[in-house]
Design a binder for this molecule. Structure first.
Ligand SMILES: Cc1cc2nc3c(=O)[nH]c(=O)nc-3n(C[C@H](O)[C@H](O)[C@H](O)COP(=O)(O)OP(=O)(O)OC[C@H]3O[C@@H](n4cnc5c(N)ncnc54)[C@H](O)[C@@H]3O)c2cc1C
Length: 264
């Protein structure tokens, strides 16, 4: 039976997040959250593997207590159990300490044969987590997975999507995959699964529950990156539509505007 881990992240609705002009920090308070959409594609890939080859899908997330709702959403569409890593000391983590925390927590549940991640998260969007996790899990990695052809004899064969084509690759288990969304649209839960997921048990690990966790490697102390400044992009001046009623006067107006701007 395959042991499958799926990494899912709860993110703020990126269209609604604002920046505090004074501090340069993101204002997340009061912003609705959602499950990183690309992680639902990863989950779909994992559930299909479970259905075809047999196995158990464990979900894992690191985040504040409310990230539990993301785990429940994922339990409803095929996850079997779920781990939430939560606690103040984990806060302010960059990818280095996030990947460390996830692997240490996952190890509490034994070794996994397959690990699935989204390609990136829509908020952090570093795209670094998968490779860091593969390294820490001592797993091979297949990125941009378009389809899974075969899992047998301790190996997985998959098709990767490239910019100008596809390639078939084979890797040994354990293997971490990031998936393309095209082939792995997430499914909707049925009512029973949705209701069951509401009361399903979730394993919550704080910093005190994870064996051998080095507190210097989590949260801010464990982060190798510092973000000294964050600012919104400078947007170009919005365009104008000149529509005075005739082509001749439109052209005259255009010349006026260009002259006002010192462009001619
Ligand atoms: C200095 C610094 C400080 C930061 N402080 C904060 C902070 O205070 N609060 C905050 O929320 N963020 C903070 N971040 C951002 C946070 O570290 C990243 O969002 C996080 O490390 C994951 O990176 P990513 O989203 O870019 O991952 P990506 O590499 O873009 O994600 C790829 C995949 O990895 C998996 N994944 C990513 N994150 C998680 C997770 N948490 N749990 C489970 N699976 C996951 C998902 O499958 C995802 O699709 C900070 C970053 C830096 C550099």
């Amino acid at each position: 039976m395959l042991k499958i881990l799926v990494c899912v992240k709860q993110i703020p609705d990126v269209d609604l997040v604002k920046m505090d002009p004074e501090t340069g920090n993101l204002v997340r308070a009061g912003v609705p959250t959602l499950t990183n959409p690309l992680d639902l594609n990863a989950l779909e890939a994992a559930v299909r593997v479970k259905e075809q080859y047999g196995g158990e899908v464990t979900l894992i997330t690191m985040g504040p207590p409310m990230a539990e709702s993301t785990l429940r959403e994922c339990l409803a569409v095929g996850g079997d159990d779920a781990i939430l890593i939560s606690g103040r000391p984990f806060g302010g983590a960059d990818t280095l300490s996030t990947s460390y925390s996830i692997v240490k927590a996952a190890d509490m549940k034994g070794k996994f044969d397959l690990i699935f991640c989204g390609k990136e998260s829509l908020d952090g969007a570093t795209g670094q987590m998968a490779s860091q996790l593969a390294e820490r899990f001592d797993a091979s990695q297949i990125s941009c997975c378009y389809s899974i052809e075969r899992i047998a004899d301790g190996k997985i064969r998959a098709v990767r999507a490239l910019e100008d084509g596809k390639e078939t690759v084979e890797a040994t288990l354990p293997c971490l995959l990031t998936v393309e969304k095209d082939n792995f649209y997430g499914r909707l839960p049925n009512l029973k699964a949705y209701l069951d997921a509401k009361s399903a048990p979730i394993t919550t690990y704080t910093e005190n529950d994870i064996d051998g966790l080095d507190l210097n490697k989590i949260g801010v102390p464990g982060s190798g990156t510092i973000v000294p400044k964050i600012y919104p992009p400078e947007l170009p001046e919005p365009g104008q539509i000149i529509s005075t009623g005739s082509a001749k006067s439109d052209a005259r107006r255009l010349v006026e505007i260009l002259a006002e701007k010192g462009s001619i």
